[in-house]
Design a protein around this ligand. Structure first.
Ligand SMILES: [Zn+2]
Length: 181
C-alpha cells in the first residue's frame, strides 16, 4: 500500500485513538519498515523495554492492525516472531471496533433505563433488579439488610456521556476516511 505522508499521519492518529498513545511509537516504526521486524529489533530501535513493545504489539494484533509470522530459530530452537503492520486494514478495523464499543454502551444504557434497582447500601454487596429483590423479599441475601431503591441516574449520565464521546470519535474517523479518498 502506497500512502502519502498526510495519509500515513491520519492512519497513525487513528491507531493512537483506538489503541492508546503507548502503541503509537511501535505503530510508526512498523509503518516505516519495509521488512518484517522482531520485537527485539523494535525494542532496540525505540530504546523501549521489550515487555512494553510486546504489549503494544499484542494490542495491535488484537485490533487486527498488525500480524506476525513465527519461525523456529534453528540454533536455539526458540520461536522468532516477525511482525508487520496491516495499513490497508486500519480504517475499517478502527471504525468497526469503535462501533462495537458504542453498541455495548447503548445496550448497557438500555439495561439501566429499563430496570429498577435495589440495594442494601453495604459497600460489598451487589445491587439487585426489581425481579431479584422481589424474590429475596427485599432483604439482601448476603448481609440481610433491607433492599431499598437504588438511584442509577448517575450511571445513566456517565453512560450517555461515554456513548456521545465514542460517537464523536466514530464521526471523526469517518471524516478522516473521507480525507483519505
Ligand atoms: Zn447486602
Amino acid at each position: 500500500m502506497v500512502v502519502s505522508e498526510a495519509e500515513r499521519q491520519t492512519l497513525i492518529d487513528m491507531v493512537e485513538d483506538v489503541a492508546g498513545p503507548e502503541v503509537k511509537k511501535v505503530a510508526i516504526l512498523l509503518f516505516n519498515e519495509k521488512e518484517e521486524v522482531t520485537d527485539e529489533m523494535i525494542a532496540d530501535q525505540l530504546d523501549v523495554k521489550l515487555d512494553e513493545v510486546r504489549k503494544a504489539l499484542y494490542k495491535l494484533l488484537d485490533l487486527e492492525i498488525a500480524s506476525f509470522r513465527k519461525v523456529r530459530d534453528k540454533q536455539t530452537g526458540w520461536f522468532i516472531y516477525f511482525w508487520k503492520l496491516e495499513p490497508e486494514k486500519i480504517t475499517s478495523v478502527v471504525i468497526k471496533k469503535q462501533r462495537a464499543v458504542h453498541f455495548k454502551i447503548l445496550e448497557r444504557l438500555q439495561y439501566e433505563r429499563e430496570n429498577m434497582f435495589f440495594h442494601c447500601s453495604s459497600k460489598d454487596c451487589f445491587r439487585k433488579t426489581f425481579q431479584e429483590a422481589m424474590e429475596l423479599d427485599f432483604e439482601c441475601d448476603k448481609c440481610f439488610l433491607p433492599l431499598v431503591d437504588f438511584d442509577n441516574s448517575t450511571i445513566i449520565t456517565i453512560l450517555e456521556k461515554k456513548a456521545e464521546e465514542v460517537q464523536n470519535l466514530i464521526d471523526k474517523q469517518l471524516e478522516r476516511v473521507k480525507s483519505l479518498r
